[in-house]
Design a protein around this ligand. Structure first.
Ligand code: 5GP
Length: 113
């Protein structure tokens, strides 16, 4: 895959407001927040999107969901939150590095736009 802005954030070449980091994932505040809390959680492995995941990524994908839970707790999303993965063009994905949006501290509506 080609380099994205998120690769530069992982390498700390571009600053971001990091809220969580471990060996295989990184969470930071979205630069254009769509809710009072809007965090992006990404794998450090440069996977484009869900379509690129393989059997080899099973543990990584599971890890990301458990880190969502941890980050949400740490930032106080006690009343619930929304997790979004925009996947490909029709999904509205603009950065080609898999990322989970964690949105909270406002009432979400359904269906999404
Ligand atoms: P997508 O539309 O691909 O699902 O989401 C990409 C997200 O990345 C958007 O919400 C956008 O605001 C965020 N984003 C894009 N560039 C940067 C950046 O340089 N820093 C941060 N923190 N967020 C970014």
């Amino acid at each position: 895959m080609s380099e994205t802005i998120f690769s530069k954030i992982i390498r700390k070449e571009i600053s971001a407001d990091i809220v969580y980091e471990d060996d295989i994932s990184l969470a930071f505040k979205d630069i254009n927040p769509q809710a009072p809390v809007h965090i992006l959680l990404i794998p450090k492995k440069p996977i484009v999107n869900l379509n690129e995941g393989t059997e080899e990524d099973k543990t990584l994908f599971g890890h990301l969901l458990l880190i969502v839970q941890k980050v949400a707790r740490e930032v106080g999303l006690d009343n619930g939150y929304r997790v979004v993965i925009n996947n490909g063009n029709d999904g509205g994905q603009t950065v080609n590095h898999l990322h989970l949006h964690i949105l909270g501290k406002r009432q979400m509506t359904w269906p999404p736009g």
